[in-house]
Design a protein around this ligand. Sequence first.
Ligand code: PGA
Length: 253
Amino acid sequence: MKKKWLFANWKMNGSLLANQALLESLMAAAPLDARASMVICPSFVYLPQVAQLTKNTAMGLGAQNVSEHGQGAYTGECSASMLKDVGVQFAIIGHSERRAYQNEENALLAAKVDAAVKNGLTAVLCVGETLEERDSGKMQAVLIAQIDAVLAGKTYSADQLVIAYEPRWAIGTGVSATSEMIQAAHVFLREHIATHDTSLAERISILYGGSVKASNAAGIFALADVDGGLIGGASLDAAEFSAIYKALLNPAG
Ligand code: PGA
Protein backbone atom coordinates (compact mmCIF):
# COMPACT_ATOMS: atom_id res chain seq x y z
CA MET A 1 0.00 0.00 0.00
CA LYS A 2 1.32 3.44 -0.92
CA LYS A 3 0.87 6.16 1.64
CA LYS A 4 -1.99 8.62 1.17
CA TRP A 5 -1.36 12.31 1.75
CA LEU A 6 -3.20 15.59 1.78
CA PHE A 7 -1.01 18.68 1.73
CA ALA A 8 -2.35 22.17 2.46
CA ASN A 9 -0.22 24.66 0.56
CA TRP A 10 -1.22 27.97 2.15
CA LYS A 11 1.11 29.88 -0.16
CA MET A 12 1.57 33.53 0.89
CA ASN A 13 -1.65 33.70 2.90
CA GLY A 14 -2.47 33.86 6.58
CA SER A 15 -1.80 35.74 9.80
CA LEU A 16 -1.36 34.62 13.41
CA LEU A 17 -5.07 35.07 14.03
CA ALA A 18 -6.31 33.59 10.76
CA ASN A 19 -4.00 30.55 11.01
CA GLN A 20 -5.18 29.72 14.48
CA ALA A 21 -8.85 30.04 13.52
CA LEU A 22 -8.34 27.92 10.39
CA LEU A 23 -6.51 25.16 12.26
CA GLU A 24 -9.08 25.07 15.04
CA SER A 25 -11.95 24.77 12.56
CA LEU A 26 -10.07 22.12 10.64
CA MET A 27 -9.35 20.02 13.70
CA ALA A 28 -13.02 20.19 14.68
CA ALA A 29 -14.25 19.35 11.16
CA ALA A 30 -11.85 16.60 10.12
CA PRO A 31 -10.67 14.18 12.79
CA LEU A 32 -7.51 12.62 11.41
CA ASP A 33 -7.48 9.00 10.39
CA ALA A 34 -4.41 6.77 10.17
CA ARG A 35 -5.30 5.93 6.55
CA ALA A 36 -4.30 9.38 5.27
CA SER A 37 -1.84 11.96 6.57
CA MET A 38 -2.57 15.68 6.57
CA VAL A 39 0.32 18.14 6.28
CA ILE A 40 0.03 21.91 6.70
CA CYS A 41 2.48 24.09 4.77
CA PRO A 42 2.30 27.72 5.96
CA SER A 43 4.60 30.57 5.06
CA PHE A 44 8.06 30.33 6.72
CA VAL A 45 7.34 32.86 9.43
CA TYR A 46 4.34 30.87 10.66
CA LEU A 47 6.07 27.48 10.84
CA PRO A 48 6.80 27.76 14.60
CA GLN A 49 3.22 28.88 15.25
CA VAL A 50 1.75 25.96 13.30
CA ALA A 51 4.28 23.58 14.91
CA GLN A 52 3.00 24.71 18.29
CA LEU A 53 -0.69 24.51 17.39
CA THR A 54 -0.38 21.03 15.85
CA LYS A 55 2.02 19.67 18.49
CA ASN A 56 -0.28 17.08 20.02
CA THR A 57 -2.08 16.17 16.82
CA ALA A 58 -1.33 13.84 13.90
CA MET A 59 -0.99 16.81 11.52
CA GLY A 60 2.36 17.10 9.79
CA LEU A 61 4.25 20.33 9.09
CA GLY A 62 5.79 21.30 5.77
CA ALA A 63 7.68 24.27 4.33
CA GLN A 64 6.95 25.68 0.89
CA ASN A 65 10.59 25.91 -0.13
CA VAL A 66 14.10 25.16 1.16
CA SER A 67 17.59 26.38 0.35
CA GLU A 68 19.98 24.10 -1.48
CA HIS A 69 22.77 25.42 0.78
CA GLY A 70 23.72 24.21 4.25
CA GLN A 71 24.37 27.58 5.88
CA GLY A 72 26.14 30.89 5.37
CA ALA A 73 25.86 34.11 3.44
CA TYR A 74 22.60 33.48 1.57
CA THR A 75 20.42 36.42 2.55
CA GLY A 76 16.73 35.65 2.67
CA GLU A 77 17.18 31.87 2.48
CA CYS A 78 16.26 29.14 4.94
CA SER A 79 18.18 25.85 5.22
CA ALA A 80 16.82 22.34 5.66
CA SER A 81 18.50 22.02 9.06
CA MET A 82 16.77 25.23 10.23
CA LEU A 83 13.43 23.81 9.12
CA LYS A 84 14.17 20.58 10.94
CA ASP A 85 15.12 22.60 14.01
CA VAL A 86 11.66 24.15 14.28
CA GLY A 87 9.80 20.87 13.76
CA VAL A 88 9.29 20.80 9.99
CA GLN A 89 9.10 17.33 8.41
CA PHE A 90 8.38 18.09 4.73
CA ALA A 91 9.51 20.57 2.09
CA ILE A 92 7.61 21.37 -1.07
CA ILE A 93 10.23 21.72 -3.80
CA GLY A 94 9.78 23.02 -7.34
CA HIS A 95 6.27 24.36 -7.00
CA SER A 96 5.27 25.80 -10.37
CA GLU A 97 4.96 29.29 -8.88
CA ARG A 98 8.63 29.10 -7.87
CA ARG A 99 9.60 27.63 -11.23
CA ALA A 100 7.74 30.50 -12.91
CA TYR A 101 8.44 33.53 -10.68
CA GLN A 102 11.80 32.61 -9.14
CA ASN A 103 13.08 30.86 -12.28
CA GLU A 104 13.90 27.70 -10.37
CA GLU A 105 15.36 25.17 -12.77
CA ASN A 106 15.62 21.39 -12.57
CA ALA A 107 19.29 21.29 -11.54
CA LEU A 108 18.69 23.68 -8.64
CA LEU A 109 15.62 21.71 -7.56
CA ALA A 110 17.64 18.49 -7.56
CA ALA A 111 20.10 20.17 -5.17
CA LYS A 112 17.21 21.26 -2.96
CA VAL A 113 15.79 17.72 -2.83
CA ASP A 114 19.23 16.45 -1.90
CA ALA A 115 19.65 19.05 0.87
CA ALA A 116 16.17 18.35 2.25
CA VAL A 117 16.62 14.58 2.36
CA LYS A 118 20.14 14.80 3.83
CA ASN A 119 18.62 16.74 6.72
CA GLY A 120 15.86 14.25 7.34
CA LEU A 121 13.02 16.06 5.56
CA THR A 122 10.68 14.41 3.08
CA ALA A 123 10.90 16.26 -0.23
CA VAL A 124 7.62 16.86 -2.06
CA LEU A 125 8.76 17.45 -5.63
CA CYS A 126 6.25 19.22 -7.86
CA VAL A 127 6.34 18.42 -11.56
CA GLY A 128 4.04 19.42 -14.37
CA GLU A 129 3.77 20.92 -17.82
CA THR A 130 2.50 24.27 -19.09
CA LEU A 131 -0.48 24.35 -21.43
CA GLU A 132 1.79 25.25 -24.30
CA GLU A 133 3.99 22.24 -23.57
CA ARG A 134 0.96 19.94 -23.39
CA ASP A 135 -0.54 21.32 -26.60
CA SER A 136 2.73 20.96 -28.49
CA GLY A 137 3.18 17.32 -27.45
CA LYS A 138 6.08 18.03 -25.07
CA MET A 139 4.43 16.95 -21.83
CA GLN A 140 6.25 13.66 -21.48
CA ALA A 141 9.64 15.17 -22.29
CA VAL A 142 9.06 17.89 -19.68
CA LEU A 143 8.11 15.38 -16.98
CA ILE A 144 11.06 13.17 -17.87
CA ALA A 145 13.49 16.08 -17.53
CA GLN A 146 11.95 17.12 -14.19
CA ILE A 147 12.24 13.59 -12.78
CA ASP A 148 15.63 12.74 -14.30
CA ALA A 149 17.30 15.80 -12.79
CA VAL A 150 16.35 14.60 -9.31
CA LEU A 151 16.83 10.84 -9.65
CA ALA A 152 19.95 10.65 -11.82
CA GLY A 153 22.72 9.18 -9.69
CA LYS A 154 20.63 9.28 -6.49
CA THR A 155 18.68 6.74 -4.51
CA TYR A 156 15.71 7.91 -2.48
CA SER A 157 13.15 5.91 -0.56
CA ALA A 158 9.41 6.51 -0.66
CA ASP A 159 9.74 8.02 2.83
CA GLN A 160 12.18 10.60 1.49
CA LEU A 161 10.52 11.61 -1.76
CA VAL A 162 6.91 12.25 -2.75
CA ILE A 163 5.89 13.49 -6.20
CA ALA A 164 3.08 15.96 -6.85
CA TYR A 165 1.86 16.09 -10.44
CA GLU A 166 0.58 19.61 -10.91
CA PRO A 167 -0.18 20.64 -14.49
CA ARG A 168 0.76 24.31 -14.41
CA TRP A 169 -2.33 25.41 -16.28
CA ALA A 170 -4.55 23.84 -13.59
CA ILE A 171 -3.05 25.65 -10.60
CA GLY A 172 -5.20 28.39 -9.14
CA THR A 173 -7.24 28.61 -12.32
CA GLY A 174 -10.33 26.68 -11.24
CA VAL A 175 -9.73 24.36 -14.21
CA SER A 176 -8.68 20.92 -13.03
CA ALA A 177 -7.19 18.36 -15.40
CA THR A 178 -9.64 15.64 -16.47
CA SER A 179 -9.57 12.22 -14.83
CA GLU A 180 -8.09 10.73 -18.00
CA MET A 181 -5.28 13.30 -18.10
CA ILE A 182 -4.46 12.82 -14.42
CA GLN A 183 -4.46 9.03 -14.52
CA ALA A 184 -2.35 8.98 -17.71
CA ALA A 185 0.22 11.39 -16.28
CA HIS A 186 0.49 9.47 -13.00
CA VAL A 187 0.97 6.15 -14.78
CA PHE A 188 3.56 7.77 -17.03
CA LEU A 189 5.42 9.21 -14.04
CA ARG A 190 5.42 5.90 -12.17
CA GLU A 191 6.68 4.04 -15.25
CA HIS A 192 9.38 6.59 -15.79
CA ILE A 193 10.48 6.46 -12.15
CA ALA A 194 10.75 2.68 -12.61
CA THR A 195 13.43 3.24 -15.24
CA HIS A 196 15.55 4.65 -12.40
CA ASP A 197 14.41 2.52 -9.48
CA THR A 198 11.72 -0.15 -9.63
CA SER A 199 11.37 -0.43 -5.89
CA LEU A 200 10.86 3.34 -5.51
CA ALA A 201 8.32 3.29 -8.36
CA GLU A 202 6.26 0.66 -6.57
CA ARG A 203 6.19 2.56 -3.30
CA ILE A 204 6.38 6.27 -4.06
CA SER A 205 3.25 8.36 -3.49
CA ILE A 206 2.21 10.47 -6.48
CA LEU A 207 -0.20 13.26 -5.56
CA TYR A 208 -2.32 15.43 -7.83
CA GLY A 209 -2.54 19.19 -7.45
CA GLY A 210 -4.37 21.86 -9.42
CA SER A 211 -7.82 23.24 -8.61
CA VAL A 212 -8.83 20.33 -6.36
CA LYS A 213 -11.99 21.23 -4.45
CA ALA A 214 -14.62 19.42 -2.42
CA SER A 215 -16.75 18.97 -5.54
CA ASN A 216 -14.13 17.17 -7.67
CA ALA A 217 -11.90 15.53 -5.00
CA ALA A 218 -13.62 12.15 -4.77
CA GLY A 219 -13.44 11.62 -8.52
CA ILE A 220 -9.73 12.47 -8.56
CA PHE A 221 -8.85 10.38 -5.49
CA ALA A 222 -10.72 7.37 -6.89
CA LEU A 223 -8.18 7.18 -9.73
CA ALA A 224 -5.97 4.12 -9.34
CA ASP A 225 -2.62 5.92 -9.41
CA VAL A 226 -3.48 9.02 -7.36
CA ASP A 227 -2.20 8.79 -3.80
CA GLY A 228 -3.52 12.07 -2.48
CA GLY A 229 -3.48 15.77 -3.18
CA LEU A 230 -1.57 19.04 -2.88
CA ILE A 231 -4.22 21.67 -2.30
CA GLY A 232 -3.80 25.42 -2.67
CA GLY A 233 -6.84 27.70 -2.61
CA ALA A 234 -9.26 25.16 -1.12
CA SER A 235 -6.90 24.49 1.81
CA LEU A 236 -7.66 27.98 3.17
CA ASP A 237 -11.26 27.05 3.85
CA ALA A 238 -11.75 24.57 6.71
CA ALA A 239 -15.05 23.20 5.38
CA GLU A 240 -13.67 22.69 1.87
CA PHE A 241 -10.41 21.19 3.04
CA SER A 242 -12.02 18.83 5.52
CA ALA A 243 -14.43 17.66 2.81
CA ILE A 244 -11.43 17.01 0.54
CA TYR A 245 -9.78 15.02 3.33
CA LYS A 246 -12.95 12.94 3.79
CA ALA A 247 -13.01 12.32 0.03
CA LEU A 248 -9.46 11.00 0.25
CA LEU A 249 -10.46 8.60 3.02
CA ASN A 250 -13.52 7.45 1.15
CA PRO A 251 -13.22 8.30 -2.58
CA ALA A 252 -16.06 6.04 -3.63
CA GLY A 253 -18.38 8.23 -1.55
P1 PGA B 1 -4.71 25.27 -6.27
O1 PGA B 1 -3.14 25.19 -6.04
O2 PGA B 1 -5.31 24.12 -5.50
O3 PGA B 1 -5.11 26.61 -5.74
O4 PGA B 1 -4.94 25.12 -7.73
C1 PGA B 1 -2.49 23.95 -6.04
C2 PGA B 1 -1.04 24.19 -5.73
O5 PGA B 1 -0.57 25.29 -5.92
O6 PGA B 1 -0.33 23.29 -5.28
